[in-house]
Design a protein around this ligand. Structure first.
Ligand SMILES: Nc1ncnc2c1ncn2[C@@H]1O[C@H](COP(=O)(O)OP(=O)(O)OP(=O)(O)O)[C@@H](O)[C@H]1O
Ligand SMILES: [Mg+2]
Length: 233
């Protein structure tokens, strides 16, 4: 249950957070599968331009970032792309749960404890590799700005086609600024009927000050039966 209260006036209404999960299947034909196929095609195009690091952002907590990162990663893996997902949401790391791997050890251990690279990269049943947060990180900017973090991204760029970064919400943490220096583009998530317009505007103003472009946006929480789909005469 999401215990966060609507203290800041950023939500339109509260709703339970049931957690992120993998929802797409190989060859699946649901509207969700089709949506991820379209998104994947756009990301493949982004890759074809020589870019590989995607920073997934949203204004506030619970808009579907982790769900998006995880399902996009799986979708790219269905296309035989080598993908690693890194959990940079140090406040609320969920990637280990979604992919069914141990939280220990991860980015925190690599940067703060000098852990070796090999054990922090975990393969999953979904064909996607993941790096969890691991050890609790209290000072996120120290970790994100470290030389070790920059080295980690450089090494991963050699090994993978895509590096997907799960991040904390823009209006709640300033981590997005530090993460942006590694990223080639931002994928921006907006949850329909959940986040307030003013919060979206505020976070877009902050993101637009970065050197990194917003390369796409994804609306979550849309009921497919409310949306126009298919062709009609
Ligand atoms: N496309 C979607 N459509 C409907 N519900 C969704 C969608 N994506 C995620 N959700 C639901 O929204 C809630 C939050 O999802 P998720 O944990 O992925 O968000 P988050 O942005 O990572 O949250 P946090 O900032 O707390 O880490 C979950 O209950 C999830 O099932
Ligand atoms: Mg999350």
């Amino acid at each position: 249950m999401n215990k966060m209260k609507n203290l800041t006036g950023l939500f339109r209404k509260k709703r339970p957070n049931l957690g992120a999960k993998i929802m797409i299947t190989k060859g699946g034909r649901t509207s969700l599968d089709e949506s991820y196929n379209r998104l994947k095609d756009n990301v493949l195009h982004f890759g074809a331009l020589g870019k590989k690091v995607l920073q997934v952002e949203a204004s506030i907590a619970g808009e579907g970032k982790t769900t998006l990162v995880a399902n996009l990663g799986v979708s790219l893996a269905f296309n035989d792309k080598k993908v690693v997902v890194i959990d940079l949401d140090f406040r609320n790391p969920e990637i280990s749960k979604v992919f069914g791997v141990d939280e220990a050890i991860g980015v925190g251990d690599y940067v703060l404890e000098d852990a070796p690279l090999e054990p922090i990269i975990k393969s999953t049943a979904y064909g996607v590799d993941v790096i969890t947060r691991g050890r609790v990180v209290y000072n996120s900017s120290f970790v994100l700005d470290s030389k070790k973090m920059a080295e980690l991204i450089d090494v991963l760029k050699e090994k993978y086609d895509f590096i997907l970064l799960d991040c904390p919400p823009v209006l709640m943490m300033s981590d997005y600024m530090h993460i942006a220096k590694y990223s080639d583009g931002i994928l921006y998530t907006v949850s329909a009927n959940f986040v307030k317009r003013s919060a979206v505007r505020d976070s877009l103003v902050l993101l637009s000050k970065l050197q990194v472009p917003i390369v796409g946006s994804v609306m979550t929480g849309v009921n497919p039966s409310d949306a126009f789909y298919g062709y009609s005469k």
